[in-house]
Design a protein around this ligand. Structure first.
Ligand code: FES
Ligand code: FES
Length: 156
């Protein structure tokens, strides 16, 4: 099967029950995507599949032939952090950091759909990403800051 992961074509032979999370971490060594509950409950494993946020622990790799996958490793541009990454740092929205890659991927997807999200849109988009450290208010602040930065950028 073939996947395009962070813009790079990959040819893989996953085991029948292998999840995308396992493929990313164990075969492709993209360990930025985190394994936590592995039951679709926490969002730590969130990536983009064909441009949409998805729990990689619930997606079977063998069913994704031809898909495009984006992970936390693929969102920066060279040495320049993605605006959402920069906003998480600026707003101190990271404590232990375990949930952060998944949070960032969900925020990027949110801002692609809603460049200036309402409180309700933020709550809905982020409901599937849990943070045991309780950084939620700072994550919302980071979403607001990232939205402003993206709308002010020349490319937006
Ligand atoms: S590890 Fe996938 S949702 Fe928790
Ligand atoms: S920063 Fe620790 S789980 Fe979210």
């Amino acid at each position: 099967m073939r996947l395009v992961v962070n813009g790079r074509a990959r040819t893989l032979q996953p085991d029948p029950g292998e999840t995308l999370l396992e493929t990313l971490r164990d075969r492709l060594h993209l360990t930025g995507t985190k394994a936590a509950c592995e039951q679709g409950e926490c969002g730590a494993c969130t990536v983009h599949i064909n441009g949409r946020p998805a729990y990689s622990c619930l997606a079977l790799s063998c069913g994704l032939d031809g898909a495009t996958v984006a992970t936390i490793e693929g969102i920066a541009t060279g040495d320049a952090l993605h605006p959402v990454q920069a906003a998480f740092i600026a707003c101190d929205a990271v404590q232990c950091g375990y949930c952060t890659p998944g949070q960032v991927m969900s925020v990027i997807a949110l801002l692609q759909r809603h460049p200036d999200p309402t409180d309700e849109q933020i709550a809905e988009a982020m409901a599937g990403n849990l943070c045991r450290c309780g950084t939620y208010p700072k994550i919302v602040a980071a979403i607001r800051q990232a939205a402003a930065a993206i709308s002010a950028s020349p490319a937006s």
